[in-house]
Write a protein that binds this ligand. Structure first.
Ligand SMILES: [Zn+2]
Length: 247
């Protein structure tokens, strides 16, 4: 919205004005000039998207100033406690901008109903996140005591490394996180790395190997290593087991 209020979005009109495009025509409705105001408010796609909104705002293009003035006026009008309205407007504009970009760069067919739903979902998601209370340490410990009890500290003067891998099948990327704690549970060190993903087992194996490298790089002569991959732990501690080829 900051960029919109400063008219710094790459609309066709702005690109044409800067000689970066040979046309200022709106890619969605063939209007001769895709200005910021047209894109976010007066394009047929924007109007149809807003139609699904309960806000019911329909600015008049005949006596309209700039998007910036209109939005500032809106913020003045809908001050506390109706800030949800402003957020709603912001998410609708953002969703319109994303749908327009998807139409240009991914040749997708803009669907106003879908655009509106995406704005609605984003708003709901933000409401949930911002309304969630920030837990105090004591509340957190009370709520998650079962999980916290599952971690047992290492012996005095020893450290424990806990590692876990996660995977994203779609983009073939895995990552792992590692924390090193002492006997009091104090976090001494840690790291997180992403790497190409081929299978859950190789990712877990990579995480354990990386944790061992980490321990060596910190000059540890002994430490405890915990992983939630039982198979990797068994393979590491039982040389007689046959190791799957991918590991
Ligand atoms: Zn248009």
């Amino acid at each position: 919205m900051w960029r919109a209020c400063h008219n710094s979005l790459s609309t066709k009109a702005n690109l044409f004005q800067r000689a970066c495009s040979n046309s200022s025509t709106c890619p969605l409705c063939d209007c001769p000039e895709e200005s910021l105001e047209h894109l976010l408010l007066f394009c047929s796609h924007a109007k149809a998207t807003r139609f699904g909104s309960i806000l019911g705002f329909h600015p008049n293009s005949n006596d309209f100033g700039s998007f910036r003035d209109w939005f500032h006026h809106l913020m003045d009008f809908f001050s506390q406690p109706v800030q949800r309205t402003i957020k709603h407007v912001c998410f609708i504009c953002w969703s319109i901008w994303k749908a327009r970009n998807a139409a240009i760069f991914q040749s997708s067919n803009p669907n106003p109903l879908q655009t509106f739903k995406q704005a609605q979902n984003a708003l709901e998601e933000m409401q949930i996140i911002t309304s969630s209370p920030i837990l105090s340490l004591s509340t957190y410990q009370a709520q998650f005591s079962d999980r916290m009890r599952s971690w047992s500290p290492p012996a005095i003067d020893h450290v424990k490394l806990n590692t876990d891998a996660s995977f994203e099948h779609k983009n073939a990327i895995a990552g792992f996180g590692l924390v090193m704690r002492n006997a009091t549970g104090y976090l001494i060190d840690g790291c997180a790395i992403s790497f190409p993903y081929s299978s859950p087992l190789t990712a877990e194996g990579f995480a354990v190997r990386a944790a061992l490298h980490f321990a060596i790089s910190r000059g540890l002569s002994s430490c405890t290593l915990e992983s939630n991959s039982l198979q990797i732990i068994k393979l590491s501690s039982s040389p007689s087991l046959s190791v799957p080829w991918e590991v």
